[in-house]
Design a protein around this ligand. Structure first.
Ligand SMILES: Nc1nc2c(c(=O)[nH]1)N[C@H]1C(S)=C(S)[C@@H](COP(=O)(O)O)O[C@H]1N2
Ligand SMILES: [Mo]
Length: 359
């Protein structure tokens, strides 16, 4: 297969929203299982898929700068976790006024099993300086930016996808951050960041830098375009904030919106996830009023992945019904009813509404 054939085959089952750079939502089937099959996992890229020379350079404020290869990473202890990735722009289409940005519906979210070396173990090899404050991760992708309206002030002709993490997160064994080289048991595909990428559990997926080319320990905070221009909540009424942890969210996965039922009892199924703690509670409302009823929540199967829930819907009357699910996490965060509007349309975790008819 040529490179183009390979990409076309990998993309065949996705819902394309932009051909170049390639951005595509998952189909609803992606949210049904515990993990999303690779060919159904959403793709979000700010630039064209780059070439990568197979090496990872690590430098900056470190005792021993190094260049590692895929074989070097594979020689380290391998860790596998299922991780739910959600794009911070997921749900942008429901915000009003409509923000500028990729027109994501609700399916820029998926869960895969990622295998790789732990970031903190890789960083231990290079001996980060005690004065380090952030770890900068650079992708191999770069070029002119396609949504010029968002970037009036910066050099739009040659941006690189570069993001930093607080060094405390990067060095913390409990953060579970991987330099991943396998997705669902196979080498990473080109759209998902081959030959290796960061996977940063609990954070909106912008932190999970694909096609990882360089890591640098920094002694000053980074302020590049994808750190302080994009991926900032520009709230209308309060101080701006960086986009970090995923906001708590629930989704009804069955029945599908618009389903026509001809039974009088139905088990509703769904998923719920949050970057700020395990899900503590999911509630369902069937009327549009504030009559929230508890759903049955399944325990988390892993620390970094969505949870299943179900709800037995009895005595379904003939006619149209509105169904809503609302999640609360262990930190006490609960979904709002209205999308939290910000200029670039990030972090929409408002309660979703579907309707279902009973004949
Ligand atoms: N190098 C690089 N890494 C990147 C991006 C990118 O454009 N370039 N996009 C980020 C964003 S915004 C998201 S949502 C995730 C998407 O990961 P996926 O395409 O594997 O689903 O990758 C992140 N990592
Ligand atoms: Mo994203």
């Amino acid at each position: 297969m040529t490179d183009t054939d390979e990409l076309e085959a990998a993309r065949a089952e996705l819902v394309m929203i932009n051909p170049a750079p390639y951005n595509a939502e998952a189909p609803p089937a992606a949210l049904v299982g515990e993990v999303t099959p690779t060919e159904l996992h959403y793709v979000r890229s700010n630039f064209a898929v780059p070439d990568h020379d197979g090496t990872l350079e690590i430098g900056g404020a470190v005792g021993t700068p190094m260049t590692l290869t895929l074989d070097d990473l594979r020689a380290m202890p391998a860790h596998e976790h299922a991780v739910t990735l959600e794009c911070a722009g997921n749900g942008r289409l429901e915000m009003r006024p409509l923000p500028t940005g990729e027109p994501w519906g609700d399916f820029a979210v998926s869960t895969a099993r990622w295998t790789g070396a732990l970031l903190h173990e890789v960083l231990a090899k290079v001996e980060p300086a005690a004065t380090g404050v952030e770890v900068l991760a650079q992708g191999a992708d770069h070029g002119a930016y396609h949504l010029q309206a968002i970037l009036p002030e910066t050099d739009q002709d040659n941006l690189t996808f570069t993001r930093s993490l607080p060094i405390g997160e990067a060095l913390d064994p409990s953060s579970g951050i991987l330099i991943a080289y396998e997705m669902n048991g196979q080498p990473l595909g080109r759209d998902h960041g081959s030959p290796f990428r960061l996977i940063v559990p609990h954070w909106y997926a912008v932190a999970s830098v694909k096609w990882l080319k360089r890591l640098d320990v920094l002694t000053e905070p980074y302020s590049g375009e994808f750190q302080t221009g994009h991926y900032i909540y520009q709230w209308p009424d309060r101080a701006h904030e960086p986009v970090r942890l995923m906001r708590v969210r629930a989704r009804i996965t069955d029945p599908a919106p618009g389903t026509v039922l001809d039974v009088d009892s139905y088990t509703v199924h769904g998923k719920a996830w949050s970057g700020t703690g395990p899900i503590a509670r999911v509630e369902v409302s069937l009327t549009g009023e504030g009559d929230w009823q508890p759903a049955q929540l399944e325990p988390a199967r892993g620390e970094y992945q969505w949870q299943d829930w179900s709800f037995t819907w009895d005595s379904i009357a003939v006619g149209r019904h509105t169904l809503r699910a609302r999640a609360t996490d262990a930190a006490g965060n609960v979904q709002p009813d209205v999308p939290p509007w910000n200029r670039l349309g990030y972090g929409n975790n408002a309660v979703e509404v579907i309707y279902v008819d009973r004949r």
